[in-house]
Design a protein around this ligand. Structure first.
Ligand code: KG4
Ligand code: ZN
Length: 340
């Protein structure tokens, strides 16, 4: 008898991207992302505007994902959605929609932890992208997250280090704002950094214990540094932008790599996977590759569309849970703060 195809609809709405994806037996057929431009005007995500935009986007985004996959909603086997962590108003939109559609179609509902999904995104099969073997270390680095997780199995993960204040993406974005660059400034810092001298200006590295991170002090250091220099030379930022960006990026990458080195030493694990928007950064990609030679690491960076917030990663977790029949009750509610 022919094996029945399992079609999963994944829905992601935890922050400022509304996304829907269709997976068939764990392979991505479509992955539609509507990014909300409105926040650029405010230099950061405005929660109330984000949830309103999700409400406007969710129906057309899901519709498009189903059409692009070449199926109909009646073909769906289950619906996976991000329960948390994230912005409450944003999560509510995806959660309510997933519940209603699962109820209407009478198919299983599957809750997904957003952070677990960033990690399990590495299990989406794509040509030319290797899949890590257990156990491995996963570092999630984005505008909302900075964690090092020991991954023993699909659903056996332990957070062994995380930020005690800002996420690394915030360090990029907030420093960029101080330098007069538009939001989100991370990619722009990266662009300028490639043209500058990373040793031009020394920025302090935070002293924070064990495998945890702290980035709020760095942002303050950048602010004081720029204020001091601008007093002496009003054109300081414009004249030194590449060097400032290169120095800042160098400091941030050093912080991340130092913690990975510590984590690898502590756990004895040399397989390292990264995810989240900051993994697009040219400096971290190069530093990881260098780590393969220097420390004998095996490193994994997923396809870019699966590193930033997306529904394909929600869909892959949905598929893995579907296989285990790990379904969710209709009484489920969104949760802004959850661990796994
Ligand atoms: O994963 P993501 O799209 O959304 C969440 O924050 O969850 O990550 C966005 C973050 C922003 O802080 C952005 O500035 C940063 O990723 N980012 C980068 C680069 N590309 C995106 N930071 C540094 N270098 C980049 N090339
Ligand atoms: Zn995320």
């Amino acid at each position: 008898m022919e094996k029945q195809n399992i079609y999963i609809l994944g829905i992601e709405s935890s922050c400022d991207d509304t996304s829907a994806a269709i997976l068939c037996n764990g392979k991505v057929l479509s992955n539609v992302v509507a990014s909300q431009k409105i926040h650029e005007l405010y230099g950061g995500v405005v929660p109330e505007l984000a949830s309103r935009a999700h409400q406007q986007n969710i129906v057309p985004v899901i519709d498009q994902a189903i059409k692009q996959a070449g199926i109909t909603k009646e073909d769906l086997s289950g619906i996976a959605f991000t329960r948390g962590p994230g912005l409450m108003g944003s999560l509510l939109v995806g959660t309510s929609f997933a519940k209603s559609l699962a109820l209407a179609l009478d198919i299983p509902l599957i809750e997904v932890n957003h952070m677990q999904a960033h990690i399990l995104a590495h299990f989406i099969e794509e040509e030319e992208y290797a899949i890590p073997e257990f156990p491995f270390l996963a570092m999630t680095i984005s505008g909302g997250h900075t964690q090092i997780v020991q991954v023993n199995d699909y659903f056996d993960m332990e957070i062994i280090g995380e930020t005690i204040d800002d996420a690394v993406g915030e360090a990029f974005d907030k420093s960029a704002k101080i330098l007069g660059l538009p939001y989100p400034g991370g990619p722009l810092i990266d662009k300028h950094a490639q043209l500058g001298n990373p040793k031009a200006f020394p920025f302090p590295k935070p002293k924070v214990g064990e495998l945890n991170f702290s980035f709020s002090g760095l942002k303050t250091a950048v602010l004081y540094f720029v204020q001091k220099q601008v007093k002496e030379n009003p054109n300081f930022v414009a004249e030194n932008l590449n060097d400032i960006c290169a120095s800042l990026q160098y400091t941030i990458i050093n912080i991340l790599i130092d913690k990975l080195k510590k984590a690898s030493k502590k756990t004895g694990i040399k397989s390292i996977a990264i995810g989240g928007g900051v993994s697009a950064n040219s400096g971290i990609r190069k530093a990881l590759k260098d780590g393969e030679q220097k420390y004998g690491w095996k490193t994994f960076v997923p396809k870019f569309e699966y590193t930033t917030d997306n529904a394909a990663m929600i869909g892959i977790v949905g598929y893995l849970k579907y296989l285990k029949k790990d379904f969710t009750d209709m009484s489920i509610t969104a949760k802004a703060r959850i661990k796994f």
